[in-house]
Design a protein around this ligand. Structure first.
Ligand SMILES: Cc1ncc(COP(=O)(O)O)c(C=O)c1O
Length: 406
């Protein structure tokens, strides 16, 4: 048997994508022009699937900070912080984030994926139980595989199920660690955080909250869902990414747990991966300042979100249950119609994400759109109009499947 034979169905699907149009998972841009536009096969395409929530990828301040750091400190760190030492900029960014979140410690990782991988896998010890939401991101699923804790998966956002599982653990040793996300990446729906924290307190559990999609988006100062609900103090470890609202790459966690600093010497995805290059750290630091000092960015995002969410809903699409920067549209149970619709949308000049079963809740196919503060209302209205016209033409509308938590 060949080493890759077990991926035969994926290879076959890719061949089918190529034979029938464009592979939704392999789009190659001729060029990227701005936060919201790219060139594809000689044509301009609106980017509505890139999670560039605040449009900071082309911010003059972020670019200038990166260029200056690149010239001053070089292209890369060529190793991890435990082996190669820490640049002043890494500590400065960590201090900036720790202060902003009002937590004692911040650790910066090379990706958001590694932040979850490191935090969840390291904190879940041999006697412990990790309770994860069934719609968790791949980084959380991989983290629990890596940890030595017992794993329990509760139904998506189902607090009764979480409660039951905790009840059944009573009398057994070890810490209970709940892992959840502020905004879930597939449907864009939010965790029932107030209920979850009440349960966490009742059972003496800990909470790790991934705010990848909610930092920069929710909360009076943009710190995420926990801030929005006034619950930041009740989150034991908050993780996040720089690849969405901050417009760069990397990840972080913040925590006030006693002795959290020890994580720098026990968390392998932090210890054994090269640290972020100075230019990325400097651009990220400028992005944090932008989030702190320019609430207009968040206001522009929230001006844009209803244009897409309400526009698609009014057109008859089933969208996720909460308004937010991810607007997921149900595109049928099977794969073919969704892939075809996605292709037609790209041909019409709009790029969104396609998500297929088994990655999606409930096994439905999803066209996942993401909104940016940098979008114009015309771009978003254009997406609503194009998707509506295409869906009416190919039978996706009327009668979409409901988008339900899976
Ligand atoms: C919920 C969630 N957590 C973590 C990550 C990983 O972040 P990154 O892509 O920055 O590594 C993602 C990425 O899409 C995500 O959606």
């Amino acid at each position: 048997m060949g080493l890759l034979d077990r991926f035969e169905s994926v290879t076959r699907a890719t061949q089918e994508f190529d034979a029938n149009g464009v592979n939704p998972f392999g789009v190659a841009w001729d060029d990227v022009l701005s936060q919201t536009e790219a060139m594809w096969r000689g044509r301009k395409v609106v980017l509505a699937g890139t999670h560039n929530y605040l449009g900071l990828t082309f911010s003059e301040d972020c670019i200038e900070a990166g260029v200056t750091a690149l010239r001053q400190r070089g292209t890369g760190t060529t190793g991890s912080r435990i082996a190669n030492g820490t640049y002043p900029d890494h500590f400065a960014l960590e201090a900036q984030l720790a202060t902003w979140f009002d937590k004692r410690v911040c650790m910066v990782f090379t990706t958001g994926f590694q932040a979850n991988l490191g935090v969840v896998a390291t904190l879940g010890g041999p006697d412990d139980v990790l309770l994860i939401d069934s719609d968790s991101h791949a980084s959380i699923y991989d983290a629990v595989k890596l940890s030595s804790a017992k794993i329990l998966r509760f139904r998506h956002n189902d607090m009764k199920d979480l409660e039951h599982r905790l009840e059944r653990l009573e009398g057994t040793p070890g810490n209970r660690i709940i892992v959840a996300e502020g905004i879930y990446s597939m449907l864009g729906d939010r965790a029932p955080l107030a209920e979850m924290i009440a349960i966490k307190k009742r059972f003496g559990a800990y909470l790790i909250l991934d705010e990848a999609h909610s930092v920069g988006v929710l909360g009076p100062s943009g710190r995420g869902l926990a801030e929005e609900l006034g619950l930041l103090d009740d989150v034991d470890v908050l993780t996040g990414t720089f690849s969405k609202s901050f417009g760069t790459v990397g990840g972080f966690c913040v925590s006030s747990l006693p002795d959290f600093e020890v994580m720098r010497l026990v968390c392998r995805p932090y210890m054994f991966a090269a640290s972020l290059p100075p230019a990325v750290i400097a651009s990220t630091s400028a992005a944090v300042r932008a989030l702190q000092t320019t609430p207009a960015l968040r206001l522009r995002l929230w001006r844009n979100i209803p244009v897409l969410y309400n526009g698609l809903r009014a057109a008859g699409f089933a969208v996720g249950p909460h308004e937010g920067p991810i607007v997921a549209v149900a595109a049928g149970k099977g794969r073919d119609l969704a892939v075809h619709t996605w292709n037609q949308l790209l041909e019409a000049g709009f790029y969104v994400n396609l998500a297929l079963s088994p990655a999606t809740p409930g096994g439905i196919s999803l066209l996942r759109c993401s909104v940016s503060a940098a979008h114009t209302v015309e771009q978003l209205q254009g997406l609503v109009d194009a998707l509506t016209r295409i869906a009416q033409g190919n039978g996706l509308l009327p009668a979409p499947l409901a988008v339900a938590a899976g």
